[in-house]
Design a protein around this ligand. Structure first.
Ligand SMILES: NC(=O)c1ccc[n+]([C@@H]2O[C@H](COP(=O)([O-])OP(=O)(O)OC[C@H]3O[C@@H](n4cnc5c(N)ncnc54)[C@H](O)[C@@H]3O)[C@@H](O)[C@H]2O)c1
Ligand SMILES: [Zn+2]
Length: 371
């Protein structure tokens, strides 16, 4: 087990990581709680699997301080925030309160936003229970909820007091959810960690089978990288954009398919492949590295097939993405394995060519891997 420190201009906190981290939750919370009450925020689904274990670790949290809510993406909204804030207010939770968010990215984003805004800010500890949450959303302090007009449109930056990430909880995650997060892990390798990328090349089959030693190393590398990026750019002024590799196309794909065909990570998987082709087209990355990226993506598991989408529809979805400024898109383009450029302008014809080539690129990598 390891403790990794995250330092940002606004806060510093430990990420307790590895098998056995959950057993340390009680002590972590005890050290932080001061005189305040502790409230545990989670979802019914997570609770079914891990509720008993969490309560066992948190002896001073009574059942009536547990607030369970719907963690479907469709419930990641202001109504859920209001419902939970009212429960806190009714039980007279004051500014000394310590919240514990146990769940995936939805639980963390909702609970994090409540921590940022209830009584103008209270403290929170994240216990991420999905791979996405462990390698990404629990670290960095971005919180928020969706509006009917778009995802994550209302939110705040609010760093936690601590993060407690135990890979054992991933055991109950669906295989598809788990694999989908691995595309984001590959992303970390491509944009900033060549040794993580090589590790994934060596161990992908073990990781997919949930070999804990491999998982721990992998999660640690992701957390360290996210911590590095967040330290330099807490509020997403520039550098943090690098984490958006694969997301320009990924977000467009999610939007064009009504958020139902792909899990987010799967859309990012396609997005990384498309962007890698663009990088080849720009002459920024060599074909050998591009083939390695494609091969690793394929080895995570089968991606849901691409629907037929015209280049025009793709362009308009890309321009509608929140991260596009005045319709101008700054692409994150890998320049080798382990490094990427941000804010790159890409001519439309290259995007279109990559989009047409994408199914063939995937099929080719698939044949190579299964040969
Ligand atoms: N704040 C950030 O920086 C950031 C970063 C990435 C993603 N996000 C957000 O995170 C959300 C996605 O998060 P996610 O991928 O963790 O999905 P999720 O929170 O939707 O969880 C996926 C499913 O897994 C279930 N689940 C959670 N833990 C489980 C466990 N241990 N065993 C069994 N089932 C479990 C959940 O109940 C849910 O049904 C999105 O809303 C996204 O916008 C935020
Ligand atoms: Zn993502």
């Amino acid at each position: 087990m390891k403790t990794i420190s995250v330092h940002t201009p606004s806060a510093s906190y430990p990420v307790v990581l590895g098998r056995g981290a959950l057993a340390r939750l009680g002590a972590t919370v005890e050290a932080l709680r001061r005189d305040g009450e502790v409230y545990l925020l989670s979802s019914r689904r997570v609770w079914r699997f891990w509720g008993r274990e969490l309560l066992r670790r948190l002896r001073h949290v009574t059942r009536n301080r547990v607030i369970l809510f719907d963690d479907r993406e469709t419930a990641k909204n202001l109504a859920t925030v209001e419902e939970i804030c009212r429960k806190l207010a009714k039980s007279r939770a004051d500014r000394q309160v310590l919240l514990i968010a146990a769940g995936g990215g939805v639980v963390g984003d909702v609970a994090g936003f409540i921590a940022a805004s209830y009584l103008r800010g209270v403290r929170i500890v994240h216990v991420p229970t999905t791979l996405v949450a462990q390698v990404d959303s629990a670290i960095g302090g971005k919180t928020g909820v969706d509006l009917p007009e778009g995802k994550n449109l209302v939110g705040a930056f609010h760093q936690p007091e601590a993060v407690v990430a135990d890979p054992v909880v991933l055991e109950t995650l669906s295989a598809r959810q788990f694999r989908s997060a691995l595309y984001e892990v590959i992303k970390y390798g491509v944009i900033g960690d060549a040794s993580l990328f090589r590790f994934l090349e060596r161990k992908m089959e073990r990781i997919v089978k949930m070999d804990y030693r491999a998982l721990e190393f992998m999660i640690e590398r992701c957390v360290r990288q996210k911590a590095r990026v967040v330290k330099l750019d807490e509020r997403e002024g520039g550098l943090r954009q690098v984490l958006n590799f694969g997301h320009t196309i990924g977000h467009a794909l999610e939007a064009l398919t009504g958020y139902s065909r792909f899990l987010h990570g799967e859309a990012v998987g396609w997005g990384m492949l498309g962007t890698t082709l663009i990088a080849v087209g720009l002459g920024r990355i060599d074909e050998g590295s591009a083939a390695r990226i494609a091969s690793l993506v394929v080895r995570c598991g089968e991606l849901p097939a691409l629907p037929s989408i015209s280049p025009a529809a793709l362009f308009s979805a890309i321009a509608g993405d929140k991260k596009a400024r005045n319709g101008r898109v700054g692409w994150v383009i890998p320049c080798r394995i382990g490094a990427a450029n941000i804010g790159v302008a890409v001519p439309d014809r290259l995007v279109e060519a990559a989009w047409r080539e994408l199914p063939h690129f995937y099929a080719h990598a698939h044949r190579e891997v299964t040969a």
